[in-house]
Design a protein around this ligand. Sequence first.
Ligand SMILES: Nc1ncnc2c1ncn2[C@@H]1O[C@H](COP(=O)(O)OP(=O)(O)OP(=O)(O)O)[C@@H](O)[C@H]1O
Length: 282
Amino acid sequence: MNSPLSPTPSSDVLLELDRIGISFGGLRAVDDLSFQVRRGEIVGLIGPNGAGKTTVFNMITGVYRPTDGQIRWHGRDMTGLPPHQVAQAGIRRTFQTIRLFTDMTVLENVIAGQHLQMKQSWWQGLLRTPAQRREEHVLVERAMAVLEQLDLADVAQEIATSLPYGAQRRVEMARTLVAQPELIILDEPAAGLNEQESAGLNDTIRAIRDQGITVILVEHDMSVVMNVTDNIVVINFGKKIAEGKPEDIRTNPLVIEAYLGQDDDDEDDPLMNAIHEEQAQS
Ligand SMILES: Nc1ncnc2c1ncn2[C@@H]1O[C@H](COP(=O)(O)OP(=O)(O)OP(=O)(O)O)[C@@H](O)[C@H]1O
């Protein structure tokens, strides 16, 4: 079916934020923000606490409607589209908090959300018609392929909530990926992970991209952001203050100033460490 948001193959720009802004009461949470996301890129969206990252995220996913500017998907205006239509158009998100079904296996968790999209009706399900069985078979195959990519195939039959935290995070991602989005927005996927798990997350994010899925990463853990992204957009007080490759962002004076200005108690933050090293050398 050809929806108003169906892809046009002409451009490699998938998503474009064009001078978007939003206010909450008197507070300008995001102002005049523009950036593009190209097909196959991993884009990091970073900024100090309260910079406006979540608000940008919520505007892309349709939770908030920008008061100014336009959001384009495949070149077409999607500003103000409700979340379910944004999801149908191919933009999916993960959540910071893990929301797995308890008492269900990893595989069941991954296919559960997909049942909502099945074409066969519930009574056909009761009768288990051949069409229903075929559709289920396709779902299981697709889910297993995603579990394979995320290194979860071996635990497909385990109860999802019994797995270590890092693996539960990957199950969450698998649930989002099985819907075959074009763009996935990861909301602080490193939150709560230990060092080893967050190193593994780098591989997971690359594996997602290698499947042809474009990634926006909203993340505080700079070891992940600096390692996996192709392009980083830095915002502060709702405005873009820098954009570029990780190596440029790390040494950008405006970024350094923004991060130094915040109360950051995370001594292990590599961006902060890099900033402190720069300062020590100068
Ligand atoms: N629904 C809302 N109503 C009023 N103010 C809001 C609302 N959502 C966000 N804000 C304000 O907008 C600004 C940006 O907040 P936002 O949560 O987007 O920042 P953030 O970069 O995601 O922060 P953090 O890294 O701490 O999660 C903050 O000053 C916040 O208090």
